[in-house]
Ligand binder design. Structure first.
Ligand code: ADP
Length: 451
């Protein structure tokens, strides 16, 4: 397309320049022949006055040497009769074109005709007519035509070569891309990338391909990491349960039996949570909705229960600073509890033992907002946007603290299904997670407490 456009532009520019050249040549030629006619006019006044044909003929015959392109010239007298004539070849007859009388010059295909009145004291005493052959103009047109043809062929040749090279360049890169894709799908090696320094559409395609490979590679890495963590996370509580049950079978002491049963129970719960998380994730991933069983309930009671549960089990101080007792919401109580439990267990997991975890809450005119804040080491800013992704674990924590990287992913899904929002604010002094759920017109007399 570009080649075609260039050719078209080149042809137009060339045609315009040829037309301009011919026009300029014609104007110049007409002016110079008119000047010659005016010289003849001046010189033929006295021969006309004295009826001296010979003198007029001599004037015209000078044209043979001074203007060889003039083929014919005639001088008419006052009555319009031929007074003197000149013919370059002595054979040509001179027919004055009828429409020449209105103009001082006229171009036909191969001749220029010029007419000029002969004036004496403001009186017309005769007329000069000149006929010029246009061989020079024809030569000019012919040479322009030849240049045009040569130019066209050169341009066509260049365009063809450019097109062939461009095509080869494009095809080469496309074939490389297709080849790499085929190789990737055959070998399953997703670490292949293509280097390309171009800046065109194919480069964009190659960049997209490289990004895709990067993402697949990263996802595969996370999947492998997940399988490793999952087997470990599932095996640890199971091994404990097995160990406690084996011990129980041999034990007589009722107190010890009770203690081991409690430990086996705690590990079963851990297993249960892990498996439930995995089931939730596979549900979310397959596009099935986590079913919500929405009812009105008191959020303060739920916060009380969660605080008590974590206070008892862990070595942290859980503090409620909200003033939401009596406040109700319409939501799935179990799922909101799941979110709260996850945020609290993360706060405990990722902050030093004995430190505080503060629960706060407030309501706006439309929403209820809950905040869970810890005093751990926080989450680096560049990773904050990733932690709600599936399997994502911050680089710091992924080795030292056990976990799947699924909890926040599930929390976000639950909150978004309630038309709410979940977000994080974290600095070096700790992390604060917030979630909001719409109140749907529910009001209460409780005071707002700032977060
Ligand atoms: P898990 O805790 O099982 O790894 P989550 O989805 O609950 O999975 O959390 C994702 C990641 O976010 C965690 O691995 C951890 O790196 C980071 N994170 C979550 N909560 C906190 C917190 N309170 N303080 C610091 N890091 C946190």
């Amino acid at each position: 397309m570009q080649v075609f456009t260039s050719l078209l532009v080149l042809s137009i520019v060339f045609a315009v320049s040829v037309i301009t050249d011919i026009r300029t040549y014609k104007e110049r030629k007409a002016n110079s022949v008119i000047s010659l006619a005016q010289v003849i006019e001046t010189n033929s006044i006295s021969p006309l006055q004295f009826d001296d044909n010979e003198a007029a003929k001599n004037i015209l015959s000078e044209l043979r040497s001074t203007a060889p392109e003039i083929t014919n010239a005639i001088i008419l007298n006052k009555k319009g009769k031929i007074f003197a004539s000149y013919s370059k070849t002595n054979t040509d007859s001179f027919h004055i074109p009828p429409n020449l009388s209105e103009k001082n010059h006229l171009y036909t295909d191969d001749h220029l005709y010029v007419s000029n009145p002969i004036m004496n004291n403001n009186e017309v005493v005769g007329k000069v007519f000149i006929k010029v052959e246009l061989t020079e103009l024809q030569e000019l047109i012919k040479s322009k035509y030849q240049i045009g043809v040569v130019l066209l062929f050169v341009a066509l040749g260049c365009s063809f070569l450019i097109a062939v090279f461009a095509q080869a360049y494009i095809s080469k890169r496309l074939l490389l891309l297709v080849g790499t894709m085929k190789e990737v799908s055959r070998t399953g090696e997703y670490n292949k990338t293509i280097s390309d320094k171009g800046n065109d559409e194919i480069s964009t395609l190659i960049r997209v391909f490289n990004n895709l490979m990067q993402q697949i590679k990263e996802n595969l890495r996370r999947k492998d990491e997940f399988i490793g963590i999952a087997s470990h996370e599932l095996k640890t509580p199971l091994t404990s349960i097995k160990g406690f049950v084996e011990l129980l079978l041999e034990l007589e002491d009722e107190e010890q039996k009770k203690e081991f049963l409690q430990k086996a129970m705690a590990n079963s719960k851990r297993l249960d949570k892990l498996i439930n998380d995995l089931l939730d994730v596979s549900k979310i991933q397959s596009g099935q909705q986590l079913e919500l069983n929405e009812k009105e309930f008191e959020i303060g009671v739920l916060l009380d229960e969660a605080t008590a549960a974590f206070q008892m089990a862990q070595g942290h101080e859980i503090i409620r600073e909200d003033n939401l007792n009596g406040q109700t919401v319409i939501a799935d109580r179990q799922r909101i509890e799941q979110v709260l439990t996850n945020l609290l267990s993360n706060a405990i997991k990722y902050s030093p033992p004995g430190s505080k975890v503060v629960i706060n809450g407030r309501k706006t005119t439309t929403d209820l907002i809950i905040k869970v804040r810890d005093f751990g080491k926080g989450i680096p800013e560049e990773e904050q946007s990733n932690i709600f992704e599936r399997f994502y674990r911050t680089k710091d924590n992924s080795i030292h603290v056990s976990g799947f990287g699924l909890g926040l992913y599930i929390c976000r899904d639950i909150i978004e299904r309630h038309q709410g929002k979940i977000w994080v604010e974290s600095q070096e002094k700790g992390t604060a997670f917030y979630f909001s759920i719409p109140l749907r017109g529910i009001m209460s007399n409780q005071q707002n407490v700032g977060l």
